[in-house]
Design a protein around this ligand. Structure first.
Ligand SMILES: Cc1cc2nc3c(=O)[nH]c(=O)nc-3n(C[C@H](O)[C@H](O)[C@H](O)COP(=O)(O)O)c2cc1C
Length: 186
């Protein structure tokens, strides 16, 4: 079967944790963000926004991560958190920004942000850049959320680390379609 460019790009994509400069240039970033804005979006609420963090911003993000550590964290644990945004030349913070709507609950709006973020990541990868979606405790932290200027109703859907692939990670095994698909009623 011949494959469309989009399906090929999806099948070829892999997350890449080992990233270095240069970050995607503005034209590629804008293209990827335009792809994000094509996500399915019930009632066209546009319930997502993105923060672009690079340069000194990565140090500030690291400071926020370190400040989010629990009171009993060791200095080594804080240091690891402080350095984690420096693993890429650019971090995109995906923010679910739900509004109150009679037919679209907040969790559906978060799904739209997740779909947008997957499109964003895929577009960066299709354009030849590496990307890795990360969360962890920092994504739930009030210190980080407030430090990034999120309002009380907003949440962090992910930190997309992006840049030039340094060394490729081994391919992740993918499940067979039959493993996660069944007919209903059987
Ligand atoms: C919402 C979300 C959060 C994730 N958080 C992390 C994370 O904090 N650390 C991590 O190593 N991988 C995380 N991942 C997984 C990686 O982004 C990646 O998908 C995984 O390593 C599999 O690689 P692949 O995308 O090439 O299949 C997360 C994925 C999603 C969708």
């Amino acid at each position: 079967m011949t494959m469309n460019t989009v399906t090929r790009a999806i099948l070829d994509r892999s997350s890449e944790p080992r990233l270095r400069a240069p970050a995607p240039p503005k034209a590629v970033l804008d293209l990827a963000l335009a792809c994000a804005a094509r996500a399915p979006d019930h009632a066209l609420l546009r319930p997502w926004r993105y923060l672009v963090v690079e340069g000194d911003g990565l140090q500030h993000l690291g400071d926020l991560f370190a400040a989010s550590a629990s009171a009993d964290a060791t200095e080594a644990q804080r240091d690891k958190l402080r350095k984690s945004p420096l693993r890429a030349p650019m971090v995109l913070v995906a923010v679910a920004s739900p509004v109150s709507h009679p037919k679209v609950p907040a969790h559906e709006q978060a799904y739209s942000c997740a779909a947008a973020t997957a499109y964003l990541e895929l577009a960066l990868q299709a354009e030849g850049f590496g990307a890795m979606w990360r969360t962890g405790a920092v994504a739930e932290s009030t210190v980080v959320r407030e430090g990034l200027g999120l309002s009380a109703n907003e949440s962090i859907v992910g930190f997309i680390y992006t840049g030039t692939v340094d060394t490729r990670k081994p391919a992740v095994p993918r499940p067979e379609v039959a493993e996660f698909t069944s007919n209903w009623p059987g």
